[in-house]
Design a binder for this molecule. Structure first.
Ligand SMILES: NC(=O)c1ccc[n+]([C@@H]2O[C@H](COP(=O)([O-])OP(=O)(O)OC[C@H]3O[C@@H](n4cnc5c(N)ncnc54)[C@H](O)[C@@H]3O)[C@@H](O)[C@H]2O)c1
Length: 365
């Protein structure tokens, strides 16, 4: 074993997955934790192949997550945290298995498929004094914390309106028969009650919440399904009323032909507008009444890498180390996006589905 401070394991994220490598590379870039065990797939061959690439000893490659949770929790050198990068419907049972055995959890978004499951994970994590981080990786860009500070400082005045769009084109054609990532996302038994609202809407809700720090009062959602035989939506339009009177409009779509990851945020204050776009993720633009503009740029140490993912882990690992050194870090005061953010995200998804099912009526959040 190396001299890395922390050790972690991973469930899901085999070599042929969409996001597994992004997690591992982000932690590698941070440099303070080492991957020592895993159950990367339900298929043991894939787990062995992924483990071999990442130099994991065969004895710590497991046929299923329960065996991994059981075996790892009994070791004297048990892992400090587990990363969960499986399809949504399995997050709850996997996170629960590790939390109940005393292991901190990092889970990909959306945290679960129901609010009740998310509440239960929070209860278990808090009761066992464990940290549960949700990888809302876009909020991890250092410039996003800067943007939140700018909003807090009053530099753009009072926030009156938030307009966010996150559009992709990869589901424009009905590719779910030949694309496994599309297949599970559009299958309610694996994805939960929503597709687009959960898959990318979860990022949007989190970004809005991090940036403007306002509570939603009511929302009204329309979930559209343009694909011919889909059970879940591929486009989601949501209007929001915040408790303090501010408003918002969110558009999430996966049928926007030619769009890759067009995630754009505009926050309209009484004296200025703040803008962030994933096309230039380390930059903010502040627009003034006289049409002048100020650029706020964050220099990043590793340009060209996924800084949002890397920093998401850096913040979590710093909190975990601080907690190990005796600081009172909990899911309520953590610097990373904790189970609380995951739970709020699940409430957002459930409320959007409820509104849409009731003919796009306004529902209380
Ligand atoms: N944070 C982000 O920006 C981001 C981006 C993409 C995906 N995601 C999330 O990551 C998760 C995975 O998405 P994906 O697109 O990589 O999916 P994927 O289908 O590409 O990969 C899922 C992986 O999980 C494995 N798996 C499934 N069930 C398992 C089980 N019970 N035990 C062990 N391994 C199991 C599969 O073999 C596969 O390797 C989803 O929750 C998704 O919402 C997050």
């Amino acid at each position: 074993m190396s001299d890395k401070l922390l050790h972690y394991g991973m469930v899901g994220g085999a070599l042929d997955s969409m996001i597994g490598e992004a997690h591992r590379n982000a932690i590698l870039l941070d440099g303070r934790a080492e991957l020592v065990c895993g159950c990367f797939s339900r298929d043991l061959e894939k787990t062995l192949k992924t483990g071999k690439k990442w130099g994991i000893k065969e004895g710590r490659l497991y046929k299923d997550y329960l065996e991994m949770a059981e075996e790892e929790s009994r070791r004297y050198d048990k892992i400090d945290f587990v990363v969960i990068a499986t399809p949504n419907s399995s997050h709850y049972e996997i996170a629960k298995a590790f939390l109940e055995r005393g292991i901190n959890v990092v889970c990909d978004k959306p945290l679960t498929t129901t609010v009740r499951e998310a509440e239960e994970l929070k209860e278990i994590a808090d009761k066992n004094n464990l940290l549960l981080c949700v990888t809302y990786s876009y909020a991890g860009y250092p410039v996003i914390s800067r943007a939140r500070d700018i909003v807090r400082s009053g530099k753009i005045g009072e926030v009156r309106f938030v307009n966010v769009q996150y559009v992709q084109g990869w589901l424009a054609r009905d590719i779910e028969k030949e694309n496994k990532q599309a297949a599970w996302r559009l299958d309610p038994s694996q994805s939960g009650p929503a597709n687009t609202t959960a898959d990318i809407g979860s990022h949007v809700e989190n970004m809005v919440s991090v940036l403007v720090e306002k509570e939603i009062d009511t929302l009204c959602a329309r979930l559209d399904t343009f694909g011919k035989s889909r059970q879940l939506e591929d486009t989601s339009t949501v209007m929001i009323n915040f408790k303090d009177g501010a408003k918002g409009l969110l558009l999430m779509s996966q049928i926007a032909v030619g769009e890759n990851n067009n995630f754009t945020v505009s926050i309209y204050g009484t004296t200025a507008t703040l803008k962030w776009a994933f096309t230039e993720p380390n930059k903010l633009r502040i627009l003034y009444e006289d049409y002048t503009e100020e650029i706020v740029q964050k220099e990043v140490a590793t340009p060209g890498t996924n800084v949002g993912f890397k920093n998401t882990y850096s913040v979590f690992i710093s909190d975990l180390i601080a907690k190990r050194n005796g600081e009172q870090i909990t899911n309520d005061n953590a610097h990373f996006q904790s189970v609380n953010a995951g739970l709020r995200g699940m409430r957002f998804i459930e409320k959007c589905v409820e509104s849409a099912k009731n003919g796009s009526t306004w529902v209380k959040f």
